[in-house]
Structure formats: structure tokens, C-alpha cells
Design a binder for this molecule. Structure first.
Ligand code: NAD
Ligand code: DAU
Length: 383
């Protein structure tokens, strides 16, 4: 294939109509804000089931935007997906909706299979019916005006040894948790719909995100909130597991590039080139809070563990390890860096500072998202 043709992308038309699934969750909401600001002329339909992880408050400020429309519904509802695609003349699906928390997948894997595999398959069927079966034009996937972009994770590749190179797009899949396996299953279905039916798709596999609107069940917000409440900072095992951290807006920029310039049928890995042990992360959070919210000024912190110390790091508590805990993730982002000229904007230091600052300013939001359902789940699983 000549290079020019090989690198030809299906550049989206000037004004697009997007269906964003899971747009009320952490990354989805950040992506919706990013997209509406950058492409205000586009139509953006969010489909979200508002599980414990989804929150309409994450989309505050968009209510009056003319192109924005929120639909409370489930990606497993085929008729709903079909009618949304057809009535809104959707040309682009950005599929974030998923059960996303590894710990939950260990305690209750069924929801992960249902949403991540069955839900993705339902959406693929609706896209195939609308874009391929009912379309009068027989365009090749490469010149199609449509796109199904699937958001996946680096966890599908399994765990790295200390000296292994980072995950590339050709690394073999070896998922270890029910969550990672369900994401791997969904990736394979997306690939199969391209290879078998010609559905125009792209996939991105990203490393650990952090930033505004992340649910406090995940490591970084959990650490921030536990510090503020003087609670122990639970670190699984020896705390030397490594993750490759990326500020969420940098993930959104990567997805944007793939939608605009990525090649159909391709997978792109997105990472922060920012490997940190969990202990490095917890110390970074504590150092920022020690500076912004020193313990002496924190009247809500009454823990005996903090009374004789002057750093939040005194709250670090090693607890039982997560079963099957992957030791190390790292992304080799050569493909997206070279082909689409991608580079993260935030450093770990600047991104963490923004993130801690956001949580300090949004404590009411935290209380809302950790409502009754969440407390019930914690009591059932952790007490
Ligand atoms: P999240 O748990 O914060 O949000 C998931 C959203 O999906 C929620 O709004 C929830 O209500 C919605 N949802 C769940 N089931 C649904 C269903 N059946 N129908 C419709 N909506 C449903 O997740 P996140 O961290 O924002 O992750 C988003 C996507 O990115 C996921 O596919 C995840 O696998 C992937 N990902 C996440 C990370 C990360 O670090 N968080 C990294 C790489 C990839
Ligand atoms: O790598 C991408 C993945 O990152 C995404 O696909 C997942 O959706 C997302 O949840 C995230 O998975 P992790 O399991 O890496 O994220 P989590 O925040 O749950 O944990 C990060 C690390 O911190 C991990 O090594 C487990 C550890 N941890 C986590 C929690 C919640 C602790 O030590 N203590 C904790 O209380």
C-alpha cells in the first residue's frame, strides 16, 4: 500500500453528531467538556445509565448548550441505541461506558460481563444496522464518514516485569482481572465488527487517568479525601506496584487526534510516560496537601494517628493486597506520538496539583457521589 494511502485518515466532517456513552462518568465527562469547548458547533448526545459511577452533576454548565443532549439510558438497550443513532444522525460514537473498577470486578464480575461485553456488542449491532445495513452507499471503511471509537485500557495487556519494555499495540493480550478480561472481550468484538462487516472503528488503550470528576473509589481521590478526614491511607501490599499516570485532559487530546487523524481499523496506545509506584503517588498527594492544607489548619482531622505527626504521610497504612494485583503497567506511545504528533501537556507535578486543588474546591461533589449506594457497597465488601 503506498504510504499516502496507508496514512489516509477518515477526517471527520466539519460538524459532527456524536454519541458519547458513559459521558456522565469520569473520563467521559471530561471528554464532553473538552469537546463542547473545542467544537461548539457539533451535536453531542450523552447516553449514560447513571450507575453509582455516573453523575449528572459532572456535566453541569452544559444544560444550555444548544448542541448538548443528555439521555438517561443503558447501552444494553438495543432499541434505544438504534433510535438515538437514527434520530440524531450520529456519525461518531465515542464509547466510554463501562464498569471500570478492578476491585468491584473481583467482588462481582457479572456486571462487568453484562455492560462491558454485552453492552459493547449491543452498540456495535446498532451501529452496523444504522451505518452499514441501512445505508445506501457502499463506502469502504477507509472512506466512510462514520466512526466507532472504543475506549479501552492498558490492563488488557496484563502485567510487566521490572525491565520489560512498555506495552505496544502489538503486545499480546493477557488480562488478569475480570475487569481487564471484559475490556479485552469488548476490544475483540470491536475488531471483529471491522474485520467481518467493515464497521469503521478505532480503539485506544490508555494508562491510568487522574483529574477532576474521578470517583473517590479510585486511588488518587480516595487518598485526598482520606487525608482530609484523617483516615488511614490504604496501600495494597508493599505499595511498589507501578502505574503510568496520565492527566485526564491529555487522554481527551489523544482521543481527539485519533478521531480527526487516526487510521480506520487501528489501535493507538495512549500513555503519560510517567511510571510511579503507588508509594510515590501517595507521597506526592501528601506533600501537596501538607502545603495547601497543613495538618494544623485542618480542624476535621482528629485521628490519633495524625495528632503527633505533621505530615499526612503518617496516615499511610499497608493493607492486604488486591487478588491478582498487576505489578507494573507502562505504555509505549511511539505510534501515537509519531503518527499523530501526540504529547501530553501536563507533567505529573502540574496535573497532581490541579487535581488536588479541584478536590479541595469540590468537596460537596464528593459527598454527592459517595451517596447511599456507595456506602452500602463499601459496608458489604470491606467491613
Ligand atoms: P467511570 O466508572 O467513571 O464511568 C463509567 C460511566 O459509564 C458512568 O457514567 C456510568 O454511569 C456509565 N455506565 C456504566 N454502565 C452503563 C451502561 N450499561 N449503560 C450506560 N452507561 C453506563 O469510568 P472511567 O474511569 O471514566 O472510564 C471510562 C472508560 O475508560 C471505561 O471504558 C474504562 O474502561 C476506560 N479507561 C479508564 C481508565 C482510567 O484510568 N479511569 C484508563 C483507561 C481506560
Ligand atoms: O490502567 C488503566 C486502569 O486504571 C483503568 O482501566 C481502570 O478503569 C482504572 O480504574 C485504573 O485501574 P487501577 O486498578 O490501576 O486503578 P486504582 O485507582 O483502583 O488503583 C491504582 C493502584 O493503586 C493499583 O495498583 C491498586 C492501588 N490501590 C488502589 C486503591 C483503590 C491501593 O493501593 N489502595 C487502594 O485503596
Amino acid at each position: 500500500m503506498p504510504d499516502q494511502q496507508k496514512f489516509q485518515s477518515s477526517v471527520l466532517s466539519p460538524h459532527n453528531s456524536l454519541l458519547i456513552t458513559g459521558g456522565a462518568g469520569f473520563i467521559g465527562a471530561n471528554f464532553v467538556h473538552y469537546w463542547v469547548k473545542k467544537y461548539p458547533q457539533d451535536k453531542v448526545v450523552v447516553l449514560d445509565a447513571l450507575t453509582y459511577a455516573g453523575n449528572k452533576a459532572n456535566l453541569t454548565g452544559l444544560e444550555n448548550h444548544p448542541g448538548f443532549h443528555f439521555v438517561h439510558g443503558d447501552i444494553r438497550d438495543y432499541d434505544l441505541a438504534l433510535s438515538l443513532l437514527q434520530e440524531n444522525q450520529i456519525d461518531t460514537i465515542v464509547h466510554f461506558a463501562a464498569e471500570s473498577h478492578v476491585d468491584r470486578s473481583i467482588h462481582g464480575p457479572d456486571a462487568f460481563v453484562d455492560t462491558n461485553i454485552m453492552g459493547t456488542h449491543t452498540l456495535l449491532k446498532a451501529a452496523k444496522t444504522t451505518w452499514l445495513d441501512k445505508s445506501s452507499s457502499a463506502l469502504s471503511p477507509q472512506s466512510s464518514p462514520f466512526r466507532f471509537h472504543h475506549i479501552s485500557t492498558d490492563e488488557v495487556y496484563g502485567s510487566l516485569g521490572p525491565d520489560d519494555p512498555g506495552f505496544s499495540e502489538t503486545t499480546a493480550y493477557a488480562p488478569n482481572s475480570p475487569y481487564a478480561s471484559s475490556k479485552a472481550g469488548s476490544d475483540f468484538l470491536v475488531r471483529a465488527y471491522y474485520k467481518t462487516y467493515g464497521l469503521p472503528m478505532t480503539i485506544s488503550n490508555c494508562s491510568n487517568n487522574y483529574g477532576p470528576y474521578q470517583h473517590p473509589e479510585k486511588l488518587i481521590p480516595l487518598l485526598i479525601l482520606n487525608c482530609l478526614e484523617g483516615k488511614p491511607l490504604p496501600i495494597y501490599g508493599d505499595g511498589l506496584n507501578i502505574r503510568d499516570w496520565l492527566y485526564v485532559e491529555d487522554h481527551c487530546r489523544g482521543i481527539d487526534l485519533i478521531l480527526k487523524k487516526g487510521r480506520i481499523g487501528e489501535t493507538y496506545n495512549i500513555g503519560g510516560n510517567c511510571e510511579k509506584t503507588n508509594l510515590e503517588v501517595v507521597h506526592a498527594v501528601c506533600a501537596i496537601l501538607d502545603e495547601l492544607q497543613p495538618l494544623s489548619s485542618q480542624s476535621s482531622v482528629h485521628s490519633p494517628q495524625t495528632s503527633s505527626f505533621n505530615s499526612y504521610s503518617s496516615l499511610i497504612t499497608h493493607i492486604k493486597d488486591r487478588p491478582g494485583h498487576d505489578r507494573r503497567y507502562a505504555i509505549d506511545a511511539t505510534k501515537i506520538t509519531g503518527e499523530l504528533v501526540y504529547a501530553p501537556v501536563e507533567s505529573f507535578e502540574s496535573g497532581m496539583r490541579k487535581t488536588v486543588g479541584w478536590y479541595l474546591e469540590n468537596l460537596e461533589w464528593c459527598k454527592t457521589v459517595m451517596g447511599e449506594n456507595y456506602q452500602e457497597w463499601i459496608e458489604q465488601n470491606y467491613s
